[in-house]
Design a protein. Structure first.
Length: 331
């Protein structure tokens, strides 16, 4: 009886400031095998560490075949979300000032060819402030009193060319709108991409099944199977990580035990960290130079060899008739 499990791995060797900052952390914290990327999927035999690859022995006579695939998909449309707020002493003043700012942005966007814009109402609340009251023979008292109103709205702006975002930011800044909340990515071909992934996964499974049959020396193509699969779509907004790039300094105190140290604020920035092309059976569009939508797929097939009878031990049924003839029964 032969029990099988295979794993392959490929690692890159380029680095940057992010790796310099976090070289004491295990790279597996960023991406520890493909099985962690799926919910509700089967288990993997592979345990990856920073330096070695260990493959556990199968725990039963069954054959477990796992196919992992990924597609890097460029977005064909984007939506930028900007947040703006306006304060005023009266409701009329707040609405008038807000409408002026939004109208200025909408007119400029229309001239730039961006007509698909949605204004999302967020909140409209009163604003309070404190007024001090000093009485003789008592402590100073602060009373909360109405001070005006605050109106908050979001602007959802659709654009197709990624380079148009710089122009949109300038238009919003002219209306004192500086808070870019996020940028959402969209692709209308995701269903087509999913079909392409499942087609490639089927071909990869049949190839791996053929390989296992050659090693096992038995035909397992017609054996009972249990199949589970799952998709996961990861958008760029989920994959940005923060880091600080700097070199720590040491202090020579000359043996003094009492001293003060004033640290300079370190700049924190973000970088795009996609799912790496590791431990996948296939990757569609593996080379990416911009943030993309990543579609992950996992197929798990369990082949139940324990329920299969060997040809030499299979039960045979015969019928002996009243006149002594023997007849084989196909049950």
């Amino acid at each position: 009886m032969l029990m099988l499990s295979t794993v392959s791995s490929l690692f890159a060797q380029n680095a940057g400031n992010y790796v310099y900052r976090s070289n004491s952390e295990s790279y597996s914290d960023e991406y520890n095998g493909t099985s962690s990327l799926y919910s509700g999927s089967g288990s993997s035999y592979a345990n990856f560490t920073q330096d070695n690859l260990f493959v556990n022995q199968p725990f039963d006579a069954n054959i477990n075949i796992q196919i992992n695939g990924m597609a890097n998909v460029k977005a064909d449309a984007f939506v930028a979300v900007f947040s703006l707020s306006q304060s005023g002493t009266t409701t009329e003043e707040v609405n008038r000032l807000m409408n002026v700012r939004i109208g200025q942005v909408l007119d400029s966007l229309k001239l730039a060819g961006h007509t698909d814009v949605f204004v999302d109402m967020i909140s409209f609340v009163p604003v309070y402030e404190f007024e001090s009251e000093k009485k003789i023979f008592s402590k100073k008292t602060y009373n909360e009193i109405p001070a005006g109103f605050e109106l908050k709205k979001n602007l959802h702006i659709k654009f197709v060319n990624p380079g148009a975002l710089d122009r949109i930011i300038s238009i919003c800044a002219n209306a004192e709108i500086f808070d870019l909340v996020r940028v959402d990515y969209f692709c209308q071909e995701l269903e087509t991409i999913k079909k392409e992934i499942t087609t490639k996964a089927k071909a990869a499974f049949l190839e791996k099944l053929k390989y296992y049959q050659e090693i096992a020396g038995v035909d397992i193509s017609a054996i009972e199977r249990q199949i589970t699969d799952a998709f996961r779509v990861i958008y760029p907004i989920e994959m940005y990580k923060s880091y600080q790039s700097y070199c720590n300094s040491s202090i020579n105190t000359g043996g003094k035990s009492s001293y003060n140290v004033n640290y300079k604020d370190k700049s924190t920035t973000l970088h795009y960290m996609p799912v790496m092309n590791r431990e996948f059976d296939f990757v569609i569009n593996p080379l990416i130079v911009e943030p993309v939508i990543q579609v992950l797929y996992e197929l798990n097939v369990k082949i139940n060899r324990e329920n299969v009878l060997r040809p030499d031990t299979a039960k045979k049924y015969i019928l002996v008739t009243a006149n002594g003839t023997v007849q084989a029964l196909d049950l």
